[in-house]
Design a binder for this molecule. Structure first.
Ligand code: ATP
Length: 238
Protein backbone atom coordinates (compact mmCIF):
# COMPACT_ATOMS: atom_id res chain seq x y z
CA UNK A 1 0.00 0.00 0.00
CA UNK A 2 2.79 2.40 0.95
CA UNK A 3 6.40 2.29 -0.27
CA UNK A 4 8.96 4.77 0.97
CA UNK A 5 12.40 4.84 -0.60
CA UNK A 6 15.38 7.02 0.31
CA UNK A 7 13.30 9.59 2.15
CA UNK A 8 15.36 12.52 3.43
CA UNK A 9 14.10 15.67 5.12
CA UNK A 10 16.08 18.81 5.88
CA UNK A 11 15.09 21.70 8.15
CA UNK A 12 17.48 24.33 6.87
CA UNK A 13 20.91 22.93 7.70
CA UNK A 14 19.53 20.19 9.97
CA UNK A 15 18.85 16.77 8.47
CA UNK A 16 15.91 15.08 10.25
CA UNK A 17 15.53 11.92 8.09
CA UNK A 18 18.39 10.07 6.35
CA UNK A 19 17.51 8.07 3.21
CA UNK A 20 14.82 6.18 5.06
CA UNK A 21 13.01 3.27 3.41
CA UNK A 22 10.01 1.32 4.67
CA UNK A 23 6.88 -0.39 3.41
CA UNK A 24 3.38 -0.92 4.73
CA UNK A 25 1.00 -3.68 3.65
CA UNK A 26 -2.71 -3.02 3.29
CA UNK A 27 -4.67 -3.93 6.43
CA UNK A 28 -1.70 -3.87 8.82
CA UNK A 29 -1.06 -1.87 11.96
CA UNK A 30 2.50 -0.59 11.72
CA UNK A 31 4.19 0.99 14.73
CA UNK A 32 7.11 3.38 14.53
CA UNK A 33 8.87 3.86 17.84
CA UNK A 34 11.82 6.04 18.77
CA UNK A 35 13.11 8.63 21.22
CA UNK A 36 12.20 12.33 21.23
CA UNK A 37 13.52 14.01 18.12
CA UNK A 38 14.14 10.74 16.23
CA UNK A 39 12.08 12.02 13.30
CA UNK A 40 8.77 10.21 13.83
CA UNK A 41 6.50 13.24 13.32
CA UNK A 42 8.58 14.31 10.33
CA UNK A 43 8.01 10.89 8.77
CA UNK A 44 4.22 11.08 9.25
CA UNK A 45 4.06 14.65 7.97
CA UNK A 46 5.98 13.60 4.85
CA UNK A 47 3.46 10.82 4.13
CA UNK A 48 0.61 13.26 4.78
CA UNK A 49 1.97 15.71 2.20
CA UNK A 50 2.69 18.34 4.87
CA UNK A 51 6.44 18.27 4.53
CA UNK A 52 9.10 19.13 1.98
CA UNK A 53 11.18 16.03 1.30
CA UNK A 54 13.48 14.34 -1.18
CA UNK A 55 13.10 10.68 -2.14
CA UNK A 56 10.04 8.62 -3.01
CA UNK A 57 6.75 8.06 -1.24
CA UNK A 58 4.30 5.92 -3.20
CA UNK A 59 0.75 5.26 -2.00
CA UNK A 60 -1.18 2.62 -3.92
CA UNK A 61 1.41 2.93 -6.68
CA UNK A 62 1.10 6.70 -6.99
CA UNK A 63 3.81 9.15 -5.95
CA UNK A 64 2.85 11.57 -3.16
CA UNK A 65 4.62 14.74 -4.17
CA UNK A 66 6.62 16.64 -1.58
CA UNK A 67 4.38 19.26 0.12
CA UNK A 68 1.34 18.18 -1.92
CA UNK A 69 -1.22 19.05 0.83
CA UNK A 70 -3.99 17.03 -0.85
CA UNK A 71 -3.59 13.47 0.37
CA UNK A 72 -6.96 13.43 2.13
CA UNK A 73 -8.58 12.97 -1.30
CA UNK A 74 -6.30 9.99 -1.91
CA UNK A 75 -7.39 8.32 1.34
CA UNK A 76 -4.74 9.34 3.88
CA UNK A 77 -5.71 11.04 7.17
CA UNK A 78 -3.25 12.32 9.77
CA UNK A 79 -4.14 12.72 13.45
CA UNK A 80 -1.37 15.12 14.49
CA UNK A 81 0.51 15.09 17.75
CA UNK A 82 -1.36 17.09 20.40
CA UNK A 83 -4.78 16.27 18.79
CA UNK A 84 -5.44 19.82 17.43
CA UNK A 85 -9.20 19.59 17.55
CA UNK A 86 -11.16 22.86 17.20
CA UNK A 87 -11.75 23.83 20.86
CA UNK A 88 -14.46 26.40 20.08
CA UNK A 89 -16.54 24.01 17.95
CA UNK A 90 -18.86 21.32 19.27
CA UNK A 91 -18.10 17.62 18.98
CA UNK A 92 -20.52 17.37 16.05
CA UNK A 93 -18.99 20.39 14.29
CA UNK A 94 -15.48 18.96 14.77
CA UNK A 95 -16.59 15.67 13.24
CA UNK A 96 -18.31 17.42 10.33
CA UNK A 97 -15.09 19.35 9.68
CA UNK A 98 -13.39 16.00 9.04
CA UNK A 99 -15.74 15.38 6.11
CA UNK A 100 -15.00 18.72 4.41
CA UNK A 101 -13.60 17.05 1.29
CA UNK A 102 -16.69 14.83 0.77
CA UNK A 103 -20.06 15.40 -0.82
CA UNK A 104 -21.62 11.91 -0.33
CA UNK A 105 -24.14 12.75 2.38
CA UNK A 106 -25.22 9.13 2.93
CA UNK A 107 -21.62 8.00 3.32
CA UNK A 108 -20.92 10.83 5.77
CA UNK A 109 -24.00 9.89 7.86
CA UNK A 110 -22.95 6.24 7.87
CA UNK A 111 -19.37 7.08 8.92
CA UNK A 112 -20.70 9.45 11.61
CA UNK A 113 -22.81 6.59 13.06
CA UNK A 114 -19.79 4.26 12.92
CA UNK A 115 -17.68 6.79 14.80
CA UNK A 116 -20.42 6.97 17.48
CA UNK A 117 -20.46 3.16 17.67
CA UNK A 118 -16.69 3.06 18.18
CA UNK A 119 -16.68 6.07 20.53
CA UNK A 120 -20.09 6.20 22.30
CA UNK A 121 -18.76 8.94 24.59
CA UNK A 122 -18.59 11.30 21.61
CA UNK A 123 -22.30 10.77 20.99
CA UNK A 124 -23.07 11.52 24.64
CA UNK A 125 -21.12 14.78 24.30
CA UNK A 126 -22.26 15.70 20.81
CA UNK A 127 -23.19 19.32 21.69
CA UNK A 128 -20.28 19.92 24.04
CA UNK A 129 -17.40 22.17 22.94
CA UNK A 130 -14.28 20.27 21.89
CA UNK A 131 -12.15 22.32 24.29
CA UNK A 132 -14.20 21.17 27.29
CA UNK A 133 -13.51 17.46 26.70
CA UNK A 134 -10.94 15.47 28.70
CA UNK A 135 -7.60 14.64 27.03
CA UNK A 136 -8.71 11.10 26.19
CA UNK A 137 -12.02 12.33 24.75
CA UNK A 138 -10.19 14.94 22.67
CA UNK A 139 -7.99 12.18 21.25
CA UNK A 140 -11.10 10.15 20.42
CA UNK A 141 -12.57 13.23 18.74
CA UNK A 142 -9.38 13.79 16.73
CA UNK A 143 -9.45 10.17 15.55
CA UNK A 144 -13.20 10.39 14.86
CA UNK A 145 -12.66 13.53 12.81
CA UNK A 146 -9.95 11.75 10.78
CA UNK A 147 -12.32 8.80 10.19
CA UNK A 148 -14.96 11.17 8.76
CA UNK A 149 -12.58 11.70 5.83
CA UNK A 150 -13.08 7.97 5.07
CA UNK A 151 -9.36 7.12 4.99
CA UNK A 152 -7.73 3.95 3.73
CA UNK A 153 -4.58 4.83 5.69
CA UNK A 154 -4.76 6.43 9.14
CA UNK A 155 -1.64 8.11 10.53
CA UNK A 156 -1.58 8.50 14.31
CA UNK A 157 1.08 10.70 15.88
CA UNK A 158 1.55 9.76 19.54
CA UNK A 159 -2.14 9.14 20.26
CA UNK A 160 -1.54 8.25 23.91
CA UNK A 161 0.66 11.23 24.82
CA UNK A 162 -0.25 12.61 28.23
CA UNK A 163 -3.12 10.19 28.86
CA UNK A 164 -3.75 8.07 31.98
CA UNK A 165 -2.89 4.34 31.68
CA UNK A 166 -6.53 3.22 31.78
CA UNK A 167 -7.42 5.58 28.92
CA UNK A 168 -4.34 4.45 26.98
CA UNK A 169 -5.53 0.82 27.11
CA UNK A 170 -9.01 1.85 25.98
CA UNK A 171 -7.56 3.87 23.10
CA UNK A 172 -5.34 1.02 21.89
CA UNK A 173 -8.39 -1.27 21.90
CA UNK A 174 -10.25 1.29 19.76
CA UNK A 175 -7.34 1.46 17.31
CA UNK A 176 -7.49 -2.34 16.94
CA UNK A 177 -11.27 -2.10 16.42
CA UNK A 178 -10.84 0.57 13.70
CA UNK A 179 -8.24 -1.58 11.97
CA UNK A 180 -10.18 -4.85 12.18
CA UNK A 181 -13.79 -3.73 11.71
CA UNK A 182 -13.22 -0.99 9.16
CA UNK A 183 -10.17 -2.55 7.50
CA UNK A 184 -8.23 0.71 7.77
CA UNK A 185 -4.45 0.44 7.60
CA UNK A 186 -2.77 2.24 10.50
CA UNK A 187 0.69 3.74 10.97
CA UNK A 188 1.14 4.72 14.58
CA UNK A 189 4.04 6.66 16.01
CA UNK A 190 4.45 6.00 19.73
CA UNK A 191 6.77 6.46 22.67
CA UNK A 192 4.73 3.90 24.58
CA UNK A 193 6.98 1.31 22.97
CA UNK A 194 5.87 -2.01 24.42
CA UNK A 195 2.16 -1.39 23.92
CA UNK A 196 2.82 -0.16 20.37
CA UNK A 197 4.80 -3.32 19.60
CA UNK A 198 2.08 -5.57 21.04
CA UNK A 199 -0.39 -4.05 18.62
CA UNK A 200 1.82 -4.02 15.56
CA UNK A 201 1.94 -6.48 12.71
CA UNK A 202 5.17 -4.79 11.68
CA UNK A 203 7.31 -2.28 13.53
CA UNK A 204 10.22 0.04 12.91
CA UNK A 205 12.61 1.62 15.39
CA UNK A 206 13.73 5.08 14.37
CA UNK A 207 16.89 6.68 15.83
CA UNK A 208 18.32 10.03 14.70
CA UNK A 209 16.44 9.94 11.43
CA UNK A 210 17.27 6.36 10.42
CA UNK A 211 15.56 2.98 10.69
CA UNK A 212 17.78 0.99 13.02
CA UNK A 213 15.57 -2.08 13.54
CA UNK A 214 12.50 -3.60 11.94
CA UNK A 215 10.48 -6.78 12.25
CA UNK A 216 7.16 -8.06 13.45
CA UNK A 217 5.92 -6.57 16.71
CA UNK A 218 6.58 -9.93 18.41
CA UNK A 219 10.18 -10.11 17.09
CA UNK A 220 10.99 -6.65 18.38
CA UNK A 221 9.35 -7.33 21.75
CA UNK A 222 11.97 -10.04 22.28
CA UNK A 223 14.73 -7.46 21.80
CA UNK A 224 13.57 -5.14 24.59
CA UNK A 225 17.08 -4.29 25.85
CA UNK A 226 18.31 -3.10 22.44
CA UNK A 227 15.13 -1.12 21.86
CA UNK A 228 15.47 0.57 25.23
CA UNK A 229 18.99 1.66 24.33
CA UNK A 230 17.56 3.38 21.23
CA UNK A 231 14.71 4.95 23.16
CA UNK A 232 17.21 6.48 25.54
CA UNK A 233 15.28 5.46 28.65
CA UNK A 234 13.34 2.52 29.88
CA UNK A 235 10.27 2.13 27.71
CA UNK A 236 6.97 2.23 29.52
CA UNK A 237 5.25 -1.06 30.24
CA UNK A 238 1.64 -1.27 29.23
P1 ATP B 1 8.96 13.99 19.33
O1 ATP B 1 8.63 12.65 19.86
O2 ATP B 1 9.69 14.85 20.31
O3 ATP B 1 7.81 14.69 18.65
P2 ATP B 1 9.94 13.08 16.76
O4 ATP B 1 10.59 11.74 16.76
O5 ATP B 1 8.56 13.16 16.29
O6 ATP B 1 10.07 13.72 18.19
P3 ATP B 1 10.50 15.20 14.90
O7 ATP B 1 9.55 16.12 15.55
O8 ATP B 1 10.18 14.62 13.59
O9 ATP B 1 10.89 14.01 15.90
O10 ATP B 1 11.91 15.94 14.78
C1 ATP B 1 13.07 15.37 14.17
C2 ATP B 1 14.23 16.37 14.23
O11 ATP B 1 13.93 17.49 13.38
C3 ATP B 1 14.49 16.94 15.60
O12 ATP B 1 15.88 17.10 15.73
C4 ATP B 1 13.78 18.28 15.58
O13 ATP B 1 14.41 19.19 16.44
C5 ATP B 1 13.95 18.71 14.13
N1 ATP B 1 12.81 19.53 13.68
C6 ATP B 1 11.51 19.17 13.64
N2 ATP B 1 10.74 20.17 13.18
C7 ATP B 1 11.58 21.19 12.89
C8 ATP B 1 11.42 22.51 12.36
N3 ATP B 1 10.22 22.96 12.00
N4 ATP B 1 12.52 23.27 12.22
C9 ATP B 1 13.76 22.81 12.56
N5 ATP B 1 13.99 21.57 13.05
C10 ATP B 1 12.92 20.77 13.22
Amino acid sequence: MLEINNLSVFYGGIQALYALSLSVEKGDIVSVIGANGAGKSTLLRSIAGDQKYVGQIRFEGEQIPSESYCVVHKGISLVPEGRRIFPGLTVLENLRAGAYSRSDKDGIMRDMEEVFTIFPRLKERIKQLGGSLSGGEQQMLAIGRALLASPKLLLLDEPTLGLAPIIINELFDKIIEINQKKGITVIMVEQNAYAALELAKKAYVLATGQIVMSGTGAELLEKGDIIESYLGSKAEER
